[in-house]
Design a protein around this ligand. Structure first.
Ligand code: PGA
Length: 250
């Protein structure tokens, strides 16, 4: 089964609207006519209107780094999925490790957000991954299976088609340490097997599983050309147009 790769930029808490617009203006010509892979940008909420407007005439998708599970309400500081859709966002990250680590997001919260995203037709990228101590203790497979089954509670095979998973070993995020293509492919195999157990072989075979964690232009090809790896979620190396374009064209 061939899965179209998705190359996604997680800008984290960087860029002003003017810098975001300048990125898009420089980036779009670099990827003009590139149809092999899908491309998505994930800026901070205040940048979303500028970035969706700048990407409007292109095939580059734009999404949020986080949404609340409630559609609206008294949740000071949060972004609602209705607001995301209203400014033209089509995707969202869910459960990024920085959300789990610094904002106490649990698998239960990730699950609620996943239900909200699917209900509203927003493409969810569910982020999972083990921390270093878990890997060193030989617990990687258990952690990944728990995160997948927790995220997917109550999700039916019929509803699951839009879901993308990003495997991001926490020890590789922002550290310059990348999982070897073999380590990443092995983890992706574990994740896909768990999806097959929960939602069936057909859904699992079609689901895109991205790799994230210190993806750079010089390691992107080795990672993404693995059969099990269906694209990348890129942090640091997505902040510059030429570097992110080089990854898109791995
Ligand atoms: P990194 O970040 O590429 O800077 O390691 C990846 C991520 O956090 O999604």
């Amino acid at each position: 089964m061939s899965r179209k790769a998705l190359i996604a930029a997680n800008w984290k808490m960087y860029k002003t609207p003017a810098e975001a617009k300048a990125f898009v203006d420089a980036f779009l010509p670099l990827v003009a006519g590139h149809t092999r892979d899908a491309i998505a940008l994930f800026p901070s909420p205040v940048l979303l209107p500028a970035v969706t407007a700048a990407c409007n005439a292109s095939s580059v998708a734009v999404g949020a780094q986080n949404i609340h599970f409630a559609e609206e309400g008294a949740y000071t500081g949060e972004t609602s999925i209705i607001q995301l859709k209203a400014v033209g966002g089509t995707h969202t990250l869910i459960g990024h490790s920085e959300r789990r680590q610094y904002f106490a997001e649990t698998d239960e919260i990730v699950n609620k957000k996943l239900h909200t995203a699917l209900k509203h037709g927003i493409v969810p990228i569910v982020c999972i991954g083990e921390v270093l101590e878990e890997r060193e203790a030989g617990r990687t497979a258990t952690v990944l299976k728990t995160q997948v089954s927790g995220a997917f509670a109550g999700i039916t095979p019929e509803a699951a088609a839009p879901i993308v998973i990003a495997y991001e070993p926490v020890w590789a995020i922002g550290t310059g340490k990348t999982a070897t293509p073999e380590i990443a492919a092995d983890a992706h195999g574990i994740i896909r097997a768990e999806v097959a157990k929960l939602l069936g072989a057909e859904v699992a075979a079609a689901m895109r599983i991205l790799y994230g964690g210190s993806v750079k232009p010089d390691n992107a090809t080795a990672l993404i050309s693995q059969e099990e790896i269906d694209g990348a979620l890129v942090g640091g190396a997505s902040l510059k147009p030429d570097s992110f374009a080089a990854i898109v064209k791995y």
